[in-house]
Design a protein around this ligand. Structure first.
Ligand code: ADP
Length: 398
C-alpha cells in the first residue's frame, strides 16, 4: 500500500512516498522557497531532479509533487491510499494520529492561535491534498500527541491558574513523533517492552528539544506553549528570564513583532556566534573564533543542564538518545554535554562517539549504567506507519 507523507512549513513542503507495511522508501524530495522569486524543487526516486522554478503557493507545489509521482512512480492518483500530514499543534485535543474529517480540520483551525507559524501551513497541505488525492485517507499526526501524557506538575506554568482554565496556556511540547520514534527503537534494541523504558531523548535539529520519558511515556519536555522554550537552537533563544521580554518592550520600546523576530529568528547559535545558525558552518571555527566557541559551549551547557535535571526527575534512566541533524552528526556536542557525568552512571566511549556519525549505534562504555545511543530520526516513517495502521483498522481503501 502506497502512503505519502507530507510536511508543510511556512515556505516549504517535504514529502516521502513509502510502500507499507514493508517500510520501503520509494521516493522523496522537497519544494523550498515557495512564494519567492525562484523556488527549488528536488526529487529523488526513479529519476533525480532539481528544478529552479517559481512556485507561488503550497497548492501549486503539491500539484508538482503529484505530477512528478505520476510521471515516475505511480500509474494513477488512486494508487496512493493514504496521505499522512505532520501537524504541529493538536492542543489538548489529540492524543494520537487521527483520520482527518471536517471536525479534525475545525480543531486544527482552532489551535492556530497556539501555533500561528505552523498550523496554517499544515492546514494548507491537508486542504490541497484532499483536492489532489480525493479518494485517499488523509491522516494527521501531531507533534504534540506524544506529550499529552505530561502530568500537570510538569506542564503548567506557575502563573494564575485561570490562564490555563480560560486560555489553555500550558506546556504542550513538540517533536513528539521523533521522541517517540527513537524511544521505541531503543526499546527494541535493548529488548525492553515499550512501556518499560526510562529514557532521555535529545532531538537536536534546526529546532531542539529534550524529553524525559518515564515508562515509555513523555513525562517532561523542554519546549512549551510554543517551540521557543527550552534548549538553545539555531536561531531561537530557548529559556530566558521573561523579564528580558519586558525590558525589550518597556525600556527599548520594541514592538511585539520585533521581539518575536529577535527571539525566534535572530537568537540562539546565530545570535551568539554572529556567524551562522548551522553547525556545519560553526564547527570549523570552534576554538578559533571566540563567539563561535562561546555559542557552541553555551549550546552544550544548556543541554547538559537539562540532561542533569531529567536524570533527577526520572531517578532510574536506561538510555540517553541523540537524534536530529546535530544529535546524529556532531560528536563534539555529545561529548561536551555528557562529560564528567560518571557519578550519574553516564560514561561515554570517546572512540565510539567519534565513529558513529549519521548512523545508528551505541556510544557508551560497557561500564556505563546508562546506555547512550545515536538513533537517526525518521518522523516520516512513523507518520506513514500510523497512516497505514489507521487505514487497515478502519477497513478503508482495502
Ligand atoms: P530539522 O530540524 O529542520 O528537521 P535537521 O534535523 O536536519 O533539521 O537539522 C538541521 C541542522 O543539523 C542543521 O542546521 C545543522 O546545524 C545540523 N547538521 C545537519 N547535518 C550536519 C552535519 N553533517 N554536520 C554538522 N551539523 C549538521
Amino acid at each position: 500500500m502506497k502512503i505519502l507523507v507530507i510536511n508543510c512549513g511556512s515556505s516549504s513542503i517535504k514529502f516521502k512516498l513509502f510502500e507499507m507495511p514493508e517500510e520501503t522508501l520509494i521516493s522523496y524530495g522537497s519544494v523550498e522557497k515557495i512564494g519567492e522569486e525562484i523556488s527549488i524543487f528536488k526529487y529523488i526516486g526513479k529519476t533525480k531532479l532539481e528544478k529552479k522554478i517559481k512556485i507561488d503557493n503550497h497548492q501549486i507545489g503539491l500539484e508538482l509533487i503529484a505530477n512528478t509521482l505520476l510521471e515516475n512512480e505511480i500509474k494513477n492518483i488512486e494508487e496512493i491510499k493514504g496521505v499522512g500530514h505532520r501537524v504541529v499543534h493538536g492542543g489538548e485535543g489529540f492524543e494520537k494520529s487521527v483520520i482527518i474529517d471536517e471536525n479534525v480540520i475545525k480543531k486544527i483551525e482552532d489551535y492556530i492561535f497556539l501555533a500561528p507559524l505552523h498550523n496554517p501551513h499544515n492546514l494548507s497541505g491537508i486542504k490541497g491534498c484532499i483536492k489532489i488525492f480525493p479518494k485517499s485517507t488523509q491522516v494527521a499526526a501531531f507533534d504534540t500527541a506524544f506529550h499529552t501524557t505530561l502530568p500537570k506538575v510538569s506542564n503548567l506554568y506557575a502563573i494564575p491558574y485561570s490562564f490555563y482554565e480560560k486560555y489553555k496556556i500550558r506546556k504542550y511540547g513538540f517533536h513528539g513523533t521523533s521522541h517517540r520514534y527513537v524511544a521505541r527503537r531503543v526499546s527494541e534494541i535493548m529488548g525492553k517492552g515499550k512501556y518499560e523504558l526510562n529514557a532521555i531523548t535529545c532531538h537536536l535539529g534546526n529546532g531542539c528539544s529534550i524529553t524525559a520519558i518515564k515508562n515509555g511515556k513523555s513525562f517532561d519536555t523542554s519546549m512549551g506553549l510554543t517551540p521557543l522554550e527550552g534548549l538553545i537552537m539555531g536561531t531561537r533563544s530557548g529559556d530566558l528570564d521573561p523579564g528580558v521580554i519586558l525590558y525589550f518592550l518597556e525600556r527599548l520600546n520594541l514592538d511585539i513583532s520585533e521581539v518575536s523576530e529577535i527571539l525566534n529568528k535572530k537568537s540562539g547559535l546565530l545570535g551568539i556566534s554572529e556567524v551562522s545558525n548551522d553547525f556545519r558552518n560553526l564547527l570549523p571555527l570552534y576554538n578559533k573564533d571566540e563567539k563561535v566557541t562561546l555559542a557552541i559551549d553555551m549550546f552544550c551547557y544548556r543541554l547538559k543542564k537539562y540532561i542533569g535535571s531529567y536524570m533527577a526527575v526520572l531517578g532510574k534512566v536506561d538510555a540517553i538518545i541523540f537524534t536530529g541533524g546535530i544529535g546524529e552528526n556532531v560528536p563534539l556536542v555529545r561529548e561536551k554535554s555528557l562529560n564528567d557525568m560518571e557519578l550519574f552512571g553516564i560514561v561515554l566511549d570517546l572512540e565510539k562517539n567519534k565513529e558513529i556519525v549519521g548512523k545508528e549505534g551505541e556510544i557508551s562504555k560497557d561500564s556505563s549504567q546508562v546506555k547512550i545511543f545515536v538513533i537517526p530520526t525518521n518522523e516520516e516513517l512513523r507518520i506513514a506507519f500510523d497512516t497505514y495502521q489507521l487505514i487497515v483498522n478502519s477497513g478503508f481503501n482495502q
